[in-house]
Design a protein around this ligand. Structure first.
Ligand SMILES: [Zn+2]
Length: 483
């Protein structure tokens, strides 16, 4: 190739890069101003605080449920939201989960479903001293409602009920049926709660226009170069796989050991797995996220992100380098439990490890098992499947329901960007795959990186103002999509 041709090729590539970067336009987010919503902040905050005081800790086993706490919360909701309980039908599913239906006036319109969960994770006894307010005190101080569940997920349960109470009191009836589903065991995978509710709706032949559950929030400074807060709407969630690796040996006295004991064999399998993370790749909905925020980036970054045809390997490598962003570009591998050996002078007959994978959409449990087998490459290691759930499908963003959701976000939080995203945690909505093509995971709360650590951590709390926005969000979402 002559120098002239090389220069010409470089010029063309540069021109394409520039044109692509310049073609990125700011999306049109002019939305009609929402009619004012008058929320009685103080009493709403008091109700949420009281709900936090019911110690509805997710049962480790179905028999271990604290019935008094769950039934207490149920009764509290009945007495606190009289209009909801007058206008909506309530079915108690499997004793503790709640399914409300608010009948629509137009039968031709598909119903929608708003979800949240009643259970919470425990407050670690070891960390209890670190709580500024005791975890189940439900105190309101310093402008915040404190306690376990104030964010995850009672602010959504109560926020949805406050919104419906408000609309019923205003004499509103939805045109489409609105279901509200509150499971009681989301934190232990939802098999007795949300899964049973989904089965019930399925048995009635119901399909849903959209489902909205928890999952993601409005994040601040989560993406390089993007200073505006971004409302991340989970359009997919990762799957889940746990494998047990085990190595066996004849055992015997520790005075005459073989070169590798069962523990040694297992350790080297673990080492190989950690040294070979599954490959990082950029796919929807992560590519949709990047497309949605590229316009808000400084020019050089925009040049890179608008030209993923060239820079995808570079971007993937950067994202794959830190745990938080690595989780959105690959199926992750985490060795979580090991067991082996009983005494220091006895060779272990068996050693086992549990490895937890969070599966990226596009991979499957079967493809992960194949990868693990190939990477370990040692027939002395037995691989057994313990638990599996494939990743969810990716929900469309080209639907009226996504549009209504995005419009609502812009109306209630005028300064935020809206972007589809991948939820790396699993939610109860995974049980509703098959009932709707449009499952979204978004809790209308603005949280900093520090705020996010309070979820399942210490000092969980929600600002009274932020909680008011939650209520406004659900009122406006119902107006935009169901009235
Ligand atoms: Zn939750």
């Amino acid at each position: 190739m002559t120098l002239g041709i090389i220069v010409a090729v470089i010029a063309v590539v540069l021109a394409v890069l520039l044109i692509n970067a310049l073609r990125v336009t700011t999306p049109h987010t002019d939305v009609a101003e929402a009619p004012a919503i008058v929320v009685d902040q103080t009493s709403a905050a008091r109700r949420l605080a009281e709900a936090v005081r019911f110690k509805t800790v997710s049962p480790a086993l179905p028999g271990q449920i604290d019935a008094t706490a769950f039934l207490g919360l149920q009764n509290f909701l009945r007495s606190s939201f009289p209009q909801v309980h007058r206008a909506l039908n309530l079915e108690v599913v499997n004793d503790y989960s709640l399914l409300y239906s608010w009948p629509g006036t137009e039968r031709a319109r598909k119903p929608i479903l708003l979800m949240a969960h009643l259970d919470v994770v425990p407050a670690e006894p070891a960390a209890e001293r670190d709580w500024i307010e005791p975890p189940f005190s439900g105190r309101i101080s310093d402008g915040h409602i404190w306690g376990r569940g104030s964010i995850d997920d009672k602010c959504a349960v109560l926020g949805i009920l406050e919104a419906v109470e408000h609309l019923v009191r205003a004499g509103v009836r939805p045109t489409r049926t609105v279901y509200l589903a509150f499971g009681h065991d989301e934190e232990s995978r939802g098999h007795d709660g949300a899964e049973r509710i989904a089965a019930l709706l399925k048995s009635r032949g119901i399909t849903l226009d959209y489902v909205l559950d928890e999952g993601m929030v409005i994040g601040e400074r989560l993406l390089p170069g993007v200073s505006a807060p971004v409302a991340l709407v989970g359009t997919a969630e990762k799957g889940w796989l746990t494998l047990e690796l085990s190595a066996g040996d004849t055992g015997g006295h520790a005075s005459m050991p073989p070169p590798h004991t069962a523990i040694g064999l297992l350790a080297s399998a673990i080492h190989r797995l950690e040294a070979h993370p599954m490959p990082a790749t950029l796919k929807p909905p992560v590519t949709d996220l990047l497309v949605a925020v590229t316009h808000a980036m400084p020019f050089l970054q925009r040049l890179v992100f608008a030209n993923l045809w060239l820079f995808a390997p570079l971007v993937t490598r950067r994202l794959g380098a830190t745990p938080a962003s690595s989780a959105i570009v690959r199926t992750t591998t985490a060795v979580t439990v090991t067991q082996g050996g009983t005494r220091d002078n006895v060779l272990p007959k068996v050693a086992t490890a549990l490895v937890n994978f969070r599966i990226l959409p596009g991979d499957t449990a079967a493809s992960v098992v194949d990868w693990v087998r190939a990477v370990i490459g040692d027939p002395r290691i037995t691989i057994t499947l313990v638990k599996q759930e494939d990743p969810s499908p990716v929900s469309t963003t080209e639907s009226p329901s996504f549009h209504a959701l995005a419009t609502t976000i812009h109306q209630v939080f005028p300064d935020v960007l809206v972007a589809p995203a991948l939820a790396v945690v699993r939610t109860d909505s995974s049980h509703f795959v098959g009932l709707s093509d449009a499952i979204y995971r978004f809790r209308p709360l603005r949280l900093s990186a520090e705020g996010l650590t309070r979820i399942h951590g210490v000092n969980e709390r929600v600002a009274v103002d932020a909680y008011t926005r939650v209520i406004e969000f659900y009122v406006q979402l119902l107006r935009n999509s169901a009235l």
